[in-house]
Design a protein around this ligand. Structure first.
Ligand code: SAM
Length: 370
């Protein structure tokens, strides 16, 4: 089954095929997401005070009778990160409600069906499905959250798939055609996400989102921050396998990553155009500490190479394996990542990461009771 090389598939088929494999690597092995998501945990921790403050300052719905307060984490992944998020939100809401009667909390963990929900580790309600569609009943959620997920788009833009240029991500073509196509796809998907949540969230309820974005105004790969950096390293691995005659050039040309790092202005303009949410607070957060990537020393190159390859496997093993069509080639691919990372140590240590962070409050009557 080809997923990203989907010329023979209709857009709907290609989206569904992608949904089936986009999930992070499951289980608890060395290259699982659970054991390779400390960078994402660092992001969650860096955002914790902003999330707490956002809840204290912006909770707009009244809760004046015993009831259930519902929270959902969209693109929850697997492992402790989503649990830290759920815990932070529940505690912050409890503090904000201090003087009032305490409701019961219900937390939903939502992700694609290919996600490994087994390692969420406590009794939890898992909701499978793409967050670009409706997942909950009307006006049933009070607080929604999503971190490190919304930069994954639902498909590589059709026009890009047909170009067959040897680039794995937003190309640096001077006409900016590829960048524009990715932005268009992000626009479509993010609008669909807002639209679905607008129906599910109570009036005055809110949503805190953070996604990997960029500060620059253009979409050139060089300016795509950490996403462009990671894409370049995937590209080196393809290039080596092609030069060694292990993989056909066509395989390299037909691989594109379904993600896009938007600028603050792009996100803001989509939110305003969609119209259901008021922007409570929005900013680009730079310089998020990236330990453990930055804590390696000279002499540890080989171990560092394996560490980097495991991080890449956790994110991309599923889509690379479907694209290359065999486990052996997939192993070769990540071996190239490990080798290069161990010799080009500095290049693989992310200098900084830029996150677009936003609190969005659903428009509608304020001071509603639920
Ligand atoms: C990098 S992980 C982040 C997981 C978690 N939020 C964290 O901070 O560790 C991105 C998650 O987004 C999910 N995802 C990507 N596209 C999605 C979609 N259309 N609908 C639901 N989840 C999606 C992936 O399956 C993956 O679990």
């Amino acid at each position: 089954m080809e997923v990203l090389n989907s010329q023979s598939q209709s857009p709907t088929q290609s989206k569904l095929a992608l949904e089936n494999v986009l999930g992070m690597k499951g289980g608890d092995g060395d290259s699982s997401y659970v054991n390779n998501s400390l960078c994402q945990l660092k992001m969650v921790q860096a955002l914790k005070p902003i999330l707490e403050r956002s809840i204290h300052e912006n909770m707009r719905f009244e809760f004046n009778r015993r009831g259930i307060l519902r929270i959902a984490d969209f693109g929850c992944g697997t492992g402790q990160n989503t649990l830290v998020v759920a815990d932070t939100i529940v505690r912050a809401l409890q503090c904000s409600l201090e003087e009032r009667e305490m409701p019961e909390f219900e937390v939903y963990f939502t992700d694609l069906p290919s996600n490994d929900f087994n390692l969420l580790s406590y009794f939890a309600a898992a909701v499978c499905g793409s967050h670009f569609k409706r997942l909950f009943p009307q006006k049933s959620l009070h607080f929604c959250h999503s971190s490190a997920s919304l930069h994954w788009i639902s498909q590589v833009p059709e026009s890009v798939q047909q170009r067959r240029s040897p680039r794995v991500y937003v190309s640096n073509d001077c006409e900016g055609i590829v960048g524009a196509a990715y932005l268009h796809q992000f626009n479509t998907d993010f609008t669909a996400f807002l639209n679905a949540r607008a129906r599910e969230i109570v009036d005055g309820g809110s949503m805190f989102i953070s996604l990997v974005g960029r500060n620059a105004g253009t979409q050139l790969m060089e300016e795509q921050g950490i996403l462009g950096n990671i894409a370049r390293h995937l590209e080196y691995a393809f290039e080596e396998l092609v030069n060694e005659d292990i993989v056909e050039r066509e395989k390299w040309k037909s691989f594109y990553i379904p993600w896009f790092g938007p600028s603050l202005e792009e996100v803001e303009s989509i939110v305003k155009k969609e119209g259901s949410f008021e922007i409570g607070n929005m900013r680009v957060l730079g310089g998020v500490p990236m330990h453990p990537m930055t804590h390696w020393k000279q002499g540890e190159e080989k171990m560092f190479g394996i560490f980097v390859a495991n991080q890449y496997r956790a994110l991309f093993e599923n889509i690379i394996e479907v694209h290359l069509g065999s486990e052996r080639l997939t192993d070769e691919f990540f071996l190239r990542i490990a080798k290069r990372a161990s010799t080009q140590f500095e290049e693989y240590i992310p200098k900084e990461i830029e996150l677009v962070v936003a609190l969005l409050i659903k428009n509608g009557a304020h001071n509603n009771s639920y």
